[in-house]
Ligand binder design. Structure first.
Ligand code: RBZ
Ligand code: NIO
Length: 348
C-alpha cells in the first residue's frame, strides 16, 4: 500500500514551469536596478516562479512542519542531552515556547508538529499524532526500523504535504525534533556522500571531544552492522535513519508533487531532503536551502543537492529555525518583483 503511494507520488512530481520561469527572469531583469544586483534574491524569485507557475509567486501562507521521533541509538551516549528531551520539546512546541515557535510567530508562519515516532505517551491535542512506533531501535546493533515502518513514515510525510496544500499553505519549511538525530543524519550522509565517517560526524547538540569520538565509533558500527545500500534510499532510511527523517523525506516528496516550495533547514533536514532526492531526483527543483549549519557535513549535503544557503548565522539548532529565519528574505525577494518599477515604467 505505502509502497504504491510513494511510487505514485514520485512519478507525479512535475518539472519546473520553464515558460513562467523565463518570464520571471525577464521581469526581474527589467526592474529598476543594475542587472543582477539583487543577487540570490533574484534567483529565489525565478525559482519560486518555476515551482509555483506564477511570474510573481505568492508565498504568504507559510507552514513550518516539525517532524518528531526518538532514536534507540541514544543509549550509546551519542547525544549531549537525554532522550526524554524529545517529549519535553514536543510539549514546549505545543505551548508555543520553543525557538521555532518564536521565529515562526515573528515572521508570520504557522507551526505544525507531527509526532511520527517519539516516546511521548500522551501528546497535546494540537499535535498531529501519526506514530509509526515509539522510537527506533538502536542502529548500532541492528536496523533502526523495518523497511515497512520507514515506508509508513514516508507516507505520513506525503499525507501531511497534501493536507497542507488543501489548507491553502503556499510554502513549507522542514523542521525536526529528535534527540540523537544528528547521529542518524551523519550515517545517512556517510551513505549518500561516500565520505569517511569522521568527516560527517559533528557535535550535534553539544558533545565534547570524548563524546564526538564515541559518536564516530557508533556510526561506523551502525554502518558495519547494517550495510545500508546507497542505491536504495529506503533501505538506508530504515537501517540507519529515523522516523522523523523518513517523515521529512515524505514531506519533501509530497510537497514537490503539489508544487509547494520547500525551505530546507539545517544538517538533519538536509539529510532527509537528500534522501528524498535520491528517491526522486525531480524533487530537488522544489528545494530552497536556508542556512549553513555548524555541523561539519552540512555543506557537503548541500553540494550534493547543488543548493547554496541564503544565510550563515552559526546556528546548530534544528526544529526548522534556520529555515524560518530566511522567510523575511524570501518575502523581500518576492516583494521586489511585485512592487518595483520596471525600466519601461520609467519610459526607458
Ligand atoms: C533542548 C533542545 C532543543 C532542541 N531543538 C532542536 N534540537 C536539535 O538537537 C537534536 C539533535 O542533536 P543530537 O543528535 O546531539 O541529540 C535534535 O532534536 C535537533 O532538532 C534540540 C536539542 C535540545 C537539547
Ligand atoms: O543543523 C542542524 O539541523 C542541527 C545541528 C545540531 C543540532 N541540531 C540540529
Amino acid at each position: 500500500m505505502e509502497h504504491r503511494l510513494i511510487e505514485e507520488t514520485i512519478l507525479s512530481i512535475p518539472p519546473l514551469d520553464e515558460k513562467t520561469q523565463t518570464k520571471a527572469r525577464h521581469h526581474v531583469d527589467n526592474l529598476t536596478k543594475p542587472l543582477g544586483a539583487l543577487g540570490r534574491l533574484e534567483e529565489v524569485v525565478v525559482r519560486l516562479a518555476g515551482m509555483t507557475g506564477e511570474i510573481i509567486p505568492v508565498i504568504d501562507r507559510k507552514m513550518t512542519v516539525v517532524m518528531c521521533g526518538d532514536h534507540g541509538v541514544v543509549e550509546e551516549g551519542v547525544s549531549a542531552y537525554p532522550g526524554d528531551v524529545t517529549a519535553l520539546m514536543i510539549q514546549n512546541f505545543s505551548r508555543g515556547k520553543a525557538a521555532v515557535n518564536v521565529l515562526s510567530r515573528q515572521f508570520g508562519a504557522d507551526v505544525r508538529v507531527v509526532d511520527v515516532g517519539s516516546r511521548l505517551e500522551e501528546a497535546p491535542p494540537d499535535v498531529w499524532v501519526r506514530k509509526v512506533r515509539s522510537g527506533t531501535a538502536n542502529m548500532a546493533v541492528g536496523p533502526a526500523m523495518t523497511r515497512e515502518e520507514a515506508e509508513q513514515a514516508v507516507k505520513i510525510g506525503i499525507d501531511v504535504a497534501k493536507q497542507l496544500k488543501e489548507e491553502g499553505v503556499q510554502l513549507v519549511a522542514t523542521g525536526e525534533m529528535g534527540i540523537g538525530n544528528t547521529t542518524a543524519a551523519s550515517a545517512l550522509a556517510a551513505v549518500f556522500t561516500e565520505r569517511e565517517v569522521s568527516e560527517v560526524v559533528g557535535r550535534g547538540s553539544g558533545l565534547d571531544d570524548t563524546g564526538l569520538e564515541r559518536k564516530c565509533r557508533v556510526v561506523k558500527e551502525a554502518l558495519r552492522v547494517n550495510r545500508p545500500d546507497p542505491r536504495d534510499p529506503l533501505d538506508a532510511l530504515a537501517k540507519v535513519g529515523g522516523l522523523e527523517l523518513a517523515g521529512l523525506a515524505g514531506l519533501v516528496l509530497g510537497a514537490a508533487s503539489e508544487r509547494l516550495p520547500i525551505v530546507v533547514d539545517g544538517f538533519i533536514a538536509t539529510a532527509a531532503a537528500l534522501t528524498a532526492v535520491r528517491m526522486a531526483p525531480a524533487a530537488r527543483e522544489y528545494l530552497l536551502a536556508s542556512h549553513l549549519s555548524q555541523e561539519p557535513a552540512h555543506g557537503w549535503l548541500l553540494a550534493e543537492l547543488r543548493l547554496v544557503p541564503l544565510i550563515q548565522a552559526g546556528m546548530r539548532l534544528g526544529e526548522g529555525s534556520g529555515a524560518v529565519l530566511t522567510f523575511p528574505l524570501l518575502d523581500g525577494a518576492v516583494a521586489t518583483a511585485r512592487e518595483m518599477a520596471t525600466f519601461a515604467d520609467l519610459g526607458l
